[in-house]
Design a protein around this ligand. Structure first.
Ligand SMILES: Cc1cc2nc3c(=O)[nH]c(=O)nc-3n(C[C@H](O)[C@H](O)[C@H](O)COP(=O)(O)OP(=O)(O)OC[C@H]3O[C@@H](n4cnc5c(N)ncnc54)[C@H](O)[C@@H]3O)c2cc1C
Length: 281
């Protein structure tokens, strides 16, 4: 279908973008890579009266490391994230997003602001305990990953606000593993699991973080798995036992591809694989 008619502006500064959004009112929307918004407009599930395109806004793209934290501009493309080896788990997950066309246009800020529970990057932000910077009329605020994902397709980004930056800790000393299950090679995840494991010098699990994709209306941490593994020797057996808890506290939505029970099964299997990869076991 063809979208309903809309106005379009492409400001070159953040101040201009904020003004355009404010003047556009409640039906104005930010446009980033357009890989979620444009399909929704074509289906007429989104009917913005004004698109404020961020592609020319200076200073919103790029990856910098500063004091143990990666600062990633909201307009940074999935491809750039996938190529930054130091980003570890985030780079691995970004490399699995769709195909090169999507990775060259889709942005990290866009996928996070959109809040689709089937997207790859939200659970990574959560597992790494990252945060985002949001600019609004009242100034700038920092929101932790824990507080950012509110509900299905709903995040802390409010009307008239722009997500400008993502902060991801460098996770020095952590191994990582990312396991995604989909029906076709380049699809969204039926379920995905991202794991970060820090091994102590005696081979025990000093710290572990597990992020779950598509196991609820928002990304989740697999806290029961983390609690079961932290402090244990990292063996195939301890990992398998901990991974059995992966569906604990989840509420996976059933869809055409998978029933909730099948997703719970996938979470357990993928969790074991992701943890084994992260722990090198
Ligand atoms: C064929 C196809 C396959 C895909 N497969 C996958 C996949 O396997 N895994 C995956 O994770 N994703 C997948 N995607 C989605 C892709 O990752 C998109 O890039 C992402 O969902 C949205 O990012 P975007 O930059 O395109 O945002 P847009 O579509 O431009 O915007 C999405 C929403 O976020 C808002 N928004 C965007 N940027 C900002 C900002 N900086 N501040 C405030 N609000 C903002 C917009 O107003 C809009 O509501 C796929 C997309 C397509 C078309």
């Amino acid at each position: 279908m063809i979208p309903v008619e809309f106005d379009y502006v492409a400001p070159t500064s953040l101040d201009e973008a904020m003004t355009a959004l404010r003047d556009g009112g409640e039906d104005a929307k930010v446009l980033a890579g357009g890989h979620s918004l444009i399909p929704l407009m074509k289906l007429r599930l989104a009917v913005p009266s004004l698109l404020v395109d961020l592609r020319k806004v200076a200073g919103l793209s790029g990856i910098q490391r500063e004091n143990g934290t990666y600062r990633i501009g909201a307009m940074t493309k999935h491809y750039a994230v996938s190529q930054e080896a130091g980003l570890g788990l985030a780079a691995s997950a970004a490399a699995t997003i769709a195909d090169p066309q999507v990775r060259y246009r889709g942005t990290l800020g866009g996928t996070l602001a959109h809040g689709d529970p089937a997207s790859d990057m939200p659970a990574i932000l959560l597992a790494a305990e990252g945060s985002v910077t949001i600019r609004g009329a009242d100034g700038v605020r920092e929101v932790t990953a824990e507080d950012f994902f509110v509900d299905y397709l709903t995040t802390a980004v409010a009307e008239g606000e722009i997500l400008t930056e993502i902060r991801l800790p460098a996770m020095e000393g952590y191994g990582h593993g990312y396991e995604k299950f989909n029906r076709r090679q380049e699809d969204w995840a039926m379920v995905a699991v991202g794991a970060l494991v820090k091994k102590g010098s005696d081979g025990t699990c000093e710290d572990v973080r597990v992020g779950l994709t598509h196991m609820a209306g928002v990304p989740l941490r697999a806290r029961a798995v983390e609690d079961a593994l932290r402090g244990q020797s990292l063996t195939a057996e301890s990992i398998a036992a901990a991974a059995e808890q992966a569906a604990e506290g989840t509420d996976p939505p059933g869809d055409l591809n998978a029933t909730p029970d099948y997703k719970r099964h996938l979470a357990r299997v993928l969790c074991r694989r992701a943890l084994s990869q992260a722990a090198g076991v």
